[in-house]
Design a protein around this ligand. Sequence first.
Ligand code: GLV
Ligand code: MN
Ligand code: MN
Length: 426
Amino acid sequence: MTQAFEIGVRAKARCDLMGAAPFSEADDMLVRRFLTPAHKAALDTLKFWMEEAGMSVRLDPAGNLVGRYEGEPPGAPALLIGSHIDSVRNGGRYDGALGVMLAVDLIETFYRQGRRLPFALEAIAFGDEEGSRFPASMACSRAVAGTVDPYVVEMTDADGVSLAEAYAAFGLDPTRLVEAARKPGEVFAFLEAHIEQGPVLEAEGLALGVVTAIAAQKRILVRFKGQAGHAGTTPMGLRKDPGPAAAEAVLALERICREGPLGGIDGLVGTVGRMTALPGAFNVIPGAAEFSMDIRAETSATRDAAVAAITAEIEAIAERRGLKVSVTLMQELAESPCDADLADLLAAAVGDLDQPDRRLPSGAGHDAMVIADLCPTAMLFIRCEGGISHNPAEAVTDADCALAARAMVGFVEKLAMNNDFSKTQA
Ligand code: GLV
Ligand code: MN
Ligand code: MN
């Protein structure tokens, strides 16, 4: 069989194709949320591509699409390769999807050569890495890792639809979510390729980087409760307005994350990505104000110190203004180091392409940090223009995608030559 596509370049082109309807929920932007018709359309096409690449394909009970290319002997442990297929609202075309499409190109390369490896190759498209539909993300990769809380199906989206209802509408049984867990020994390692989503590689003129560790993060929902009232008749001194309280809290978050609560920054970043005043009208003093906090740092200790300092400020603001407040943890992920031996192997594959050995941490969250509970992980970063991501302006070059794909093939070749790895890890 001949290979009629340019590895990596085709992966990028497939992401471009999936950047619009029907693979997006909207005509004027890319938004592909978990268990929506756009997600279904993407999986239908991806299934076709995976089958064309020699894989047998299944939708697992969590809604991940998994394609398997058998090794020799059949039934051997698998190297799992992939990323997520969902997007943020008005997102870019490559965040997640590129890692999925690269996995397909990689596996198809071995299939076209008629080569079987001493281990299986599996491509995976995780369903919900972004959390753009339901408040907690990565239920799909947690299900694969065997760490999902079955009660996660009770969480609801902005329309009040529960994850259980969304699964049922998608044709999946929510009570079977935990059955997506891989058994010990079935998967010996995980490889995720992803755009860097930051400016470091571009600034240094590098196409590729090898990830050392993924930052710790917490997602928290804050809700100040006051007294709704008439905007024209209630004097300023007699209000219980949660709006200004939320504004003060956001400024406190910014100050604490800039200064670093432990005397150092340690990669600390804090973001308020969503703010709502309720009921939400020009002429109504809000009865409640709600906002999200996303706090990350290289270590859980720095992250938690920042969260504690911000929470203390929030409580003091509520007290001073005579308001009620709730601070609810929606998601917690510890920092996740990538496997040092796999990172060396990946760096060697990058080096074979005459690319420098650049190691860097990831501030963005990735499925790899959850899959680390199942098996050792490796991550390859690909330069993206201006470091811009979570934005329709996300851009990568054909040349960089081709290099990434070739590095991934080299990595797999090295693993096959050093097959002890799959045996010792399995
Ligand atoms: C995912 O992109 C995240 O880092 O939140
Ligand atoms: Mn993302
Ligand atoms: Mn991503």
